[in-house]
Design a protein around this ligand. Structure first.
Ligand SMILES: NC(=O)c1ccc[n+]([C@@H]2O[C@H](COP(=O)([O-])OP(=O)(O)OC[C@H]3O[C@@H](n4cnc5c(N)ncnc54)[C@H](O)[C@@H]3O)[C@@H](O)[C@H]2O)c1
Ligand SMILES: O=C(O)CC[C@@H](O)C(=O)O
Length: 536
């Protein structure tokens, strides 16, 4: 039985014990929990033997960690944000990265909403004052939420939950999210703004709920904050860096921004001299959005299940760097995926060198399916020879092709050709290309065309493809040489363009002939090309 090492890594932020127990209960898993992995070097050492690493936001899975963890197959994030994981590098290394969207949505929306209420009623300041023995009622006059305008930036899961709560409090909700459809906005009864400045300029409160990306970094910068109404209050329970913390501190000091409630910071934890910590009218929490029993249990169990299923059965759920494959889909597309890989391997052995494109075209029943993974399988099979079978997989195949300058495309048409299912793979540059097509006969894969010529072969063992003048005696000549070297022919398929033109002979062999035999075949008069193709 294969053994898998699982590292649950953190910086004092463990995942739920139910999730840990679920993994420990699996006999083939060896589970290590280490919550002292703030430093990269410590993380590198702890990760060396891991097949899976599970983190929250405290531990960082950097390129150095990914390089050190030679056996690594999967990184699981118990939560939404994956900015503590080097995703491009994980993809390059062929490591699947999964998160658990949804498990902490309500907790985070509730926390952000709680922050907005604390901010509008100055709860932390009033609390500190009472504890300090004071009774300063006039200093802590707040503002109602009722009839105020709220701008929700990022109307995904958490933004939507926040908006619903705000509507229940009588707020007018304006939304900015370039990926939100007008229909959905209408359904959620929010006023959708196409332009970020339009969304924030009349708002009394702004709340942010999107990932930190190059596009969203410093979305609220000094210029945009100055555009807002004087006294605007800002809530950020999504990611540090969406707001320019220094600009926010400055505008809070000036009084242009009336208050801020933050759960996340550009630097976490913020150092003692962080300007924001000294600014007036602020409410802070230390990245607590998802810190509830319910959310942690939910994301802890979810990630444990996902990682377990991935290691044991190859199931991919909630991956951020490859398409999802649940067990049902995996069973359905499994045969196509395997055949796709074989077609890729096959064409890599007859394609022109320095190919510039690889196209996968589907028609008929296959043209109606989601074939993304099958195409990745073709690409993987194609790249195995040049890159090494252990270096390329379904996750990094697309990136690897890009690095080689190979343009990878796929097309699908639901109409059948002469076959009810067809996968056609074309590889080449300009007009110089090789084409192989495959189909399924009664559920069994068949190679049905090579370079546009009709052939028929079961994709197994070794295939010998010979191109020769169409004249008598050629097959006898091949058979004699192969027989002399004890190479048995299991199957043969013949085709030609015109009588006396060029013939294509596809032989399925029981063993792979040595190179010397191929050279002997090439010397037969009338033989133009001989390709020996191994399928496994
Ligand atoms: N504080 C915490 O503990 C905590 C907990 C959970 C989630 N989060 C963070 O909250 C954020 C939102 O989480 P979610 O689960 O709602 O994610 P989500 O994917 O459901 O929603 C994100 C939304 O942001 C939108 N978006 C993307 N780019 C945008 C842009 N340029 N402008 C405006 N909108 C844009 C997307 O269209 C999407 O609707 C994430 O960054 C996540 O990491 C924080
Ligand atoms: O692990 C946590 O508590 C933080 C989670 C949060 O930042 C997320 O993006 O899901």
């Amino acid at each position: 039985m294969a053994k898998f090492n699982i590292l649950i890594a953190g910086n004092n932020d463990p995942i739920s014990s139910i999730g840990i127990d679920l993994l420990k209960a699996e006999p083939s898993f060896d589970v290590t929990v280490n919550m002292n992995l703030k430093a990269e070097d410590a993380m590198v050492e702890a990760s060396r033997e891991a097949h899976a690493i599970i983190v929250r936001s405290g531990a960082k899975v950097t390129a150095k960690v990914l390089d050190a963890a030679k056996n690594l197959k999967v990184v699981g994030r118990a939560g939404v944000g994956v900015d503590n994981i080097d995703i491009p590098y994980a993809s390059k290394r062929g490591v699947v990265v999964m998160n658990t969207p949804g498990g902490n949505t309500v907790s985070t929306a509730e926390h952000a909403f709680g922050l907005m209420m604390s901010l509008s009623r100055k709860v932390p300041q009033a609390h500190a004052s009472v504890i300090g023995g004071k009774w300063e009622r006039k200093n802590f006059q707040g503002a109602e939420l009722n009839k105020k305008t709220l701008a929700v930036l990022g109307m995904g899961r958490i933004g939507t939950e926040f908006a619903k709560r705000a509507q229940a409090f009588g707020m007018t909700v304006v939304a900015y999210d370039p990926y939100l459809s007008a229909n959905r906005a209408e359904m959620l009864k929010v006023e959708l703004r196409d332009n970020l400045d339009d969304a924030v300029k009349d708002a009394d409160f702004i709340t942010m709920h999107m990932p930190l990306t190059p596009e969203t970094k410093h979305m609220l910068n000094e210029t945009r904050l100055r555009l807002c109404k004087k006294g605007v209050r800002v809530i950020n329970c999504a990611r540090g860096g969406l707001v320019d913390d220094n600009a926010l501190a400055k505008l809070l000091e000036e009084g242009h921004v009336g208050g801020a409630a933050l759960d996340v910071y550009e630097v976490e934890p913020p150092p003692a001299d962080y300007a924001l910590l000294k600014a007036p009218n602020v409410v802070f929490t230390p990245h607590l959005g998802a810190s509830t029993e319910e959310a942690q249990e939910s994301v802890g169990i979810e990630i444990a299940e996902q990682v377990k299923e991935n290691l044991l059965h190859g199931t991919v759920v909630n991956a951020v760097n490859m398409p999802n494959v649940d067990p049902k889909t995996l069973a359905e597309i499994g045969p196509f995926l395997r055949f796709g890989e074989i077609l890729g391997r096959l064409i890599s052995q007859i394609a022109p060198q320095r190919a510039e494109f690889l196209r996968v075209n589907y028609s008929g029943n296959l043209g109606k399916m989601d074939t993304t993974l099958v195409s990745r399988g073709v690409l993987k099979g194609y790249l195995e020879r040049p890159i090494g079978a252990d270096q390329v997989n379904l996750i990094n195949a697309v990136g690897t092709a890009e690095n080689l300058g190979l343009r990878f495309t796929e097309s699908r048409v639901p109409e059948p050709t002469e076959f009810s299912d067809l996968i056609e793979v074309e590889v080449g540059s300009g007009e110089n290309k090789a084409v192989i097509s495959g189909s399924f006969f009664g559920g069994d894969p068949r190679i049905v065309k090579i370079n546009g010529r009709r052939v028929e072969a079961t994709p197994e063992g070794t295939l010998l493809l010979l191109e020769n003048d169409d004249r008598p005696g050629m097959i006898g000549a091949y058979g004699t040489i192969l027989g002399k070297h004890q190479v048995n022919i299991a199957n043969m398929s013949l085709s030609r363009n015109v009588e006396g033109g060029t013939a294509l002979t596809l032989l399925t062999l029981d063993s792979t002939p040595p190179q010397a035999v191929i050279q002997e075949l090439e010397k037969i008069p009338g033989v133009k090309r001989v390709y020996c193709m191994e399928l496994e």
